[in-house]
Design a protein around this ligand. Sequence first.
Ligand code: FAD
Length: 367
Amino acid sequence: MADLEADIAIVGAGPAGASAAIRLAHAGRRVVLIDRKHFPRQKVCGGCLSGPAVARLRELLDEGQPLPGVAATCITFVIGNYRLTCRSDGRTQVVHRAELDAVLVEAATKAGADGWFGEPATIELADPGRNRFSVRVGNRRLEAGTVLIATGVAGLAGKLVGGRAAQPGMLAQQWVQPAGPGLPEPGAVELHWLRGGYVGLASPQAGECVVALAARVVQDAGESACDRLRRLNPGARLWNLLLPDAPRRYGARGTAGFPWRPRRLGVGNLLLIGDAAGYQEPYTGEGIGLALISAECATTAILSDGDMLARYLGLMRRFHLPVVRRARWLGRFLQLPVVSRLAEVLPLLPPGLLARLVHRVHVKGTL
Ligand SMILES: Cc1cc2nc3c(=O)[nH]c(=O)nc-3n(C[C@H](O)[C@H](O)[C@H](O)COP(=O)(O)OP(=O)(O)OC[C@H]3O[C@@H](n4cnc5c(N)ncnc54)[C@H](O)[C@@H]3O)c2cc1C
């Protein structure tokens, strides 16, 4: 006997899961939102929201409820000795990731979703004939007709749809340090494209700077993401700005290499959303933006009649895939060894062209 019967169980309460819970609860569905962590919780992230992501978040929150963080004033893209700053038109936002996710989870519970937090979920078919799922969380169990997997790149997604689990290919690290000379002012964002990875610097409020790093891992050399990038890019000026003991104080987490796609986006009434449905370069696409798009596609499919999975796949092809392709194109170009070498001695591209590219990707969300 289940402790609870729900229409939809959502496993993972990051931006994908929480935004889906808000939409479905508003539509009158009985929703349970589950996360292994209590909120606010930490998640490695630069905290930069693209223009389209900000627009979607504003739609989800009650009128008058402010989005956490500050409007981004400018984005500076640094590659080699080349710095290009473009104004952000105030459409993008810099946030503390823990704060944003907590606000979304609160909005979901306020909209009527039940929140089960603090323990991981496992899922099985309750009765294959009835196509109902049994979701176990600690010593509680719920049954639901539809399940959304929004667990990020954690192994659960791959196992459930019969695909391969994401292989760790990156080390990610993040910390918050006091503001100082050379670090971005509140609202300013700096994206440093380096050999072997990236560093993002952003200030969501006066007096502090969020540092987020991601480094590709060829083999486990026991280095932190920061130490690895530093070794590969000894000449970058950025290192003097970072807290010298941070790489040791703040652990690095293994994460799937960019980009990553699951083999399937769902089976029957079980759909993958957010990073679980595909994972992009954080500095070329928009991780949170893509998470929100996929959640919107899934909720539209759930709320419409007919074959839910077919509708979801159709919507993802139309709205998610073009953003993924754009990010992949830019990511591949910037990762070409010749590009980073040239950028050390030459301006990479005519500044007007690069400015338009960066502006379109981060601010407008089009390319
Ligand atoms: C270094 C780095 C920097 C980044 N910077 C940016 C940025 O500046 N801007 C941006 O837009 N994106 C950025 N991203 C990407 C962004 O963080 C992700 O795309 C986004 O978090 C995806 O949201 P999600 O809801 O799919 O998953 P997540 O936010 O990862 O949430 C998944 C949730 O599932 C929970 N969970 C996992 N397994 C279980 C289980 N079995 N049971 C219950 N709960 C479970 C986890 O606790 C977690 O809360 C960055 C990523 C990295 C690695």
